[in-house]
Design a protein around this ligand. Structure first.
Ligand code: PLP
Length: 330
């Protein structure tokens, strides 16, 4: 059996992180859901929606890595960006509150008349939100906030979109180790929602470093397959650099598999398939997925099963990346 890359894994666990939640998140068998989608392979769900901090989700694993460096740098302000209902912004605001830092969110969109969902939580966690009209204005606006803070003698830390940096993605390399310790055999497939690429980069790099044969399939929330592959590949290269392995070789060690057929009419717009997936999972298992990310990822997994691409004796793990707060957002 191929052996995990012990040196790289030792380097992985030597990287400082902040502990915000309790792990491992559960892995649950979803037999009723499996029966509901008929002739399905064995199905498991990794419950990162149940991460015990700030309403959970994949962003917590990334923020635990990124804020450790910010704290070591003496940061007193976290600045980040996303849409008005961004899960990442909500988790960043939560982390800032827990770590005694301030938080400024640069949100693209219009200020809501009434705060709801993630925007409501941003405010409860004490973040200040500045609105910009377009995605293009986000990075310069974050820089403006940072320079103004520096000019007052403060120490800002700018966290890029989704904390999808190589450092943030290390949280998901570790998450692969967590999964390995939970299961007698690794799954044949992992399906998950992919967008800014950090989650997928961590999962793919983790499967390589742990020498798993598991295929990681990212179901896109918005980007094309080519876009996802290039973003994820670049983050994996950076992960290699952080762990003292050849980043290019790590990025090429297995295909980066993505599927953009389930985006439907666009980012955040429910599709017939995402509605069906959401209703099936909720009514069979009382688990909730959101339309922007996880319902589309689940629809993608169901699509692959119905297309007959997965054998009946294989095991599929759906990595639930959270986002359930979004269903309360308007
Ligand atoms: C709930 C949820 N799932 C999945 C994703 C995609 O993760 P990533 O941005 O790391 O690709 C995001 C964020 O974009 C998210 O909020």
């Amino acid at each position: 059996m191929p052996q995990p890359d012990r040196q790289a894994l030792a380097a992985l666990y030597a990287v400082p992180s902040v502990s915000l939640a309790h792990y491992p998140t559960p892995i649950e068998e979803v037999a009723r859901f499996r029966a509901a989608i008929l002739s399905a392979p064995r199905l498991l769900i990794k419950r990162d929606d149940a991460i015990s901090f700030g309403f959970g989700g994949n962003k917590v694993r990334k923020i635990e890595m990124v804020t450790a460096r910010a704290r070591a740098d003496g940061a007193d302000l976290l600045i980040t960006t996303g849409g008005v209902q961004s899960n990442h912004c909500r988790v960043t605001a939560a982390a800032a509150a827990r770590l005694g830092m301030r938080c400024v969110i640069v949100a693209n969109g219009t200020p809501p008349e009434r705060l709801s969902g993630n925007a409501l939580l941003d405010s409860l966690f004490g973040a200040e939100v500045r609105y910009v009209a377009s995605r293009e204005e986000r990075a310069p606006a974050m820089e403006d906030v940072a320079s103004a803070w520096r000019a007052q003698g403060g120490r800002p830390s700018v966290i890029p979109l989704g904390a999808s940096t190589p450092l943030g993605a290390l949280g998901f390399v570790r998450a692969v180790g967590e999964m390995v310790a939970q299961l007698p055999f690794p799954p044949d497939y992992i399906f998950h929602s992919t967008s800014s690429g950090g989650t997928q980069a961590g999962l793919v790099a983790g499967c390589s470093l742990y020498q798993l044969a598991t295929r990681v399939i990212g179901i896109s929330a918005d980007e094309s397959v080519a876009g996802i592959q290039s973003t994820v590949g670049a983050i994996i290269e950076g992960i290699g650099g952080l762990l003292g392995v050849d980043g290019r070789a790590l990025a090429l060690s297995r295909p980066i598999e993505a599927d953009d057929r389930f985006i439907g009419d666009g980012y955040g717009v429910p599709s017939a398939a995402s509605r069906e997936a959401q209703a099936l999972l909720a009514s069979s298992e009382a688990l909730v997925v959101d339309h922007t990310y996880t319902a589309k990822a689940l629809a993608g997994m169901i699509g692959w099963i119905r297309e007959g691409r997965i054998a009946a004796d294989q095991t599929v793990l759906f990595w639930h990346t959270g986002g359930q707060v979004g269903i309360f957002g308007i």
